[in-house]
Each structure stands twice: as C-alpha cells, then as structure tokens.
Write a protein that binds this ligand. Structure first.
Ligand code: SF4
Ligand code: SF4
Length: 313
C-alpha cells in the first residue's frame, strides 16, 4: 500500500482535548473538540464551540472587578455590562491576550487555538496505553468536526494507521461526500438527530432537516457501527409523540439499530454569560434519566436498542 506522506502544515482549530473521557465511545478515550458549528441549537451546552474563531471567555466568579482588563485592552473591546461583568465584544477583540495576562485572578482565558495535527497526535498518543487496556480510543467532536473535514480525515487516517479506535460525532448538516470519505477510517460514528419536523428543526437549530435525514439514512446503509444521539429537550422534543415519530423514521427508513437519549441539562449557562451571550434555555428545568425511560421504551417497541444517557459505544 502506498502511504500518503503526513502534511506537516495541516492544523485544526480546537477548544479542548479532554483526556480520560468515558461517555463518547467505548473504554477510556481522548475527545478532541473542534471549534465551529453550522447549527445553533437553542440548548447547546458548549456555546464556545459555535464560533470557528478563538474567543475570550470570562469567569465572573473569579473576577475582583479590578478593571485591569478594560485598561490594557488596545481595542476597547472589554466593557462592564451589569450584571454579567467584564464582557468582550468579539467584533472588536483582536485576540492579543493582553487582558488575559493582566488578569491576576484568572478570570479571563482565550478559548480555542490553532493546533498543528502533529501536536494533536502527540497529545493523543500520551494515553495510548489507557486506550489499549480499556478498549478505548479517540473521539472527534465539537462543534461540528466535519467543518474541518480535511483535518479530521487526516487525524482519523493517522489514528487508524496506529491502531487507535476512532470515533466521530457529527450533526450531519454537510455535503454527503464529507461523511462518506471518512467512514472507511472510522470505527464508530455518532450521528445527532434533534427533531423530525422540518419547521421545528429549523426553528430550534437554525438549519433545515432534509440534508441531515438524507445523510443519516445513507450513513446507516454503508456503515454498521453507528449510534444516533437524540438530545431530549423540554419544550422541543421531550414528548412521546415527537420521539415516536423520530424512532419511526429510524426504525422504518434507516438501518440504525442503536440510539442514545441524552436528557437536557442546563450545564452551559455560565459559559453563555462568560461570552456575553443570552441562553434561551436559562429557565428550563433539567431532565432526569428516569423521565426519559418511558421514551426509550417507545423506541424499544419498534426494535431499536435505546439507552438513556451516553454510556459509551
Ligand atoms: S482583569 Fe480580571 S479580575 Fe480584573 S476586572 Fe478584568 S476580569 Fe475581573
Ligand atoms: S484579547 Fe486583547 S483585544 Fe481581545 S479583549 Fe483581551 S485585550 Fe482586548
């Protein structure tokens, strides 16, 4: 086999590499979170994943209101906005890092960085022994990782060449070619599905549904190890009627066998505030696993294997 040489210039914008993760695939894993997403789900728990650019994140609970960030910013991008605190205007910020360096209390950080693929692979290799002992590996998530398709394809190729179990999680609002070319390099594919009604999908995520459903169906036809993830969100899809329609599509129109229901959790609230964004779900109560079990039974009755919560692949 002719091996394509590694491209040392390739890089990706990521906002975290989480080590020792156990909820995004089998075993112990490293999860690479890519920055940038083409959906705007109202319940998104990682608002820092949405913009493709690095951003300044502010942590109000650490802030002493010394105002040094305002004083040192060369772009006049930091403003005190009550009751949020010292918020950065992303339109003005030039990401110089001066406010981060000036903040003695660690209340400011730049989230996201451009990393060469070689550096990402070095990071991933650190835990190879854990992957091997636990049956784990690496998961590429986001954001939408496939918006940086070339980087993900290349990382998956390198992982595969080193015998590392590789998974990707996608929301699927992409040209089919970006997904199809990746499948031979994957061991596991997580495919998110948020709603089954086109108008509702557009209202809650900002994008239409047809491309996603088409890609989901095609992926299920040519890739066996696939898990559909459904975030179960009060007021959006957390009702038997909507979930029954979603299960009926999966059971009747695709070859999907496994589904995970992920109960809504209001985890992202502080991050929205730290980025100066409003959170549409700030007043919505968390959903418990027990509340989702009756929904799982609906899917089970249609022949799907439905589990509540992300418990690995
Ligand atoms: S420099 Fe840090 S502690 Fe001081 S006002 Fe800005 S964020 Fe708060
Ligand atoms: S990173 Fe630089 S430009 Fe951006 S808010 Fe901080 S000091 Fe201002």
């Amino acid at each position: 086999m002719i091996r394509r040489p590694d491209n040392p210039d390739l890089s990706a914008t990521i906002f975290e590499i989480e080590r020792y993760a156990t909820e995004d695939g089998p075993g112990i894993r490293s999860v690479v979170f890519f920055k940038g997403c083409n959906l705007r789900c109202r319940w998104c728990q990682n608002p820092e994943s949405q913009s493709p650019r690095p951003q300044v994140m502010y942590h109000k609970q650490r802030c002493t209101a010394c105002r040094r960030c305002v004083e040192v910013c060369p772009a006049e991008a930091v403003r005190e906005i009550a009751p949020l605190g010292f918020i950065t205007d992303p339109e003005k910020c030039v990401l110089c890092g001066a406010c981060v360096d000036a903040c003695f209390s660690g209340a400011r950080e730049i989230v996201g960085e451009r990393m060469p693929l070689d550096a990402i692979m070095d990071e991933l290799r650190r835990d190879k022994a854990f992957y091997e002992q636990s049956g784990g590996g690496v998961t590429f998530s986001g954001g939408e990782p496939l918006l940086q398709a070339e980087a993900v394809h290349e990382l998956a190729r390198r992982c595969k060449a080193e015998g590392i179990h590789t998974a990707v999680e996608t929301a699927g609002h992409l040209p089919w070619a970006g997904i199809a070319g990746l499948l031979p390099r994957l061991d596991l594919l997580y495919f998110d599905l948020k709603h089954i009604d086109s108008e509702a999908h557009r209202a809650y995520t900002g994008v239409p549904l047809d491309i996603i459903l088409g890609n989901l169906r095609r992926a299920s036809e040519c890739f066996d190890n696939m898990i559909v993830r459904i975030p179960v969100v009060p007021g959006v899809n957390a009702d038997a009627q909507t979930l029954e329609r979603m299960f009926a599509f999966l059971a009747g129109k695709t070859r999907v066998k496994r589904v995970e229901l992920l109960p809504f959790h209001r985890l992202g609230l502080a991050k929205y505030e730290g980025l100066g964004l409003s959170y549409a779900m700030a007043e919505v109560d968390n959903l418990g696993k027990e509340q989702c079990r009756p929904f799982a039974e609906i899917g089970g009755a249609m022949g799907l294997s439905v589990q509540v919560g992300a418990e690995g692949g």
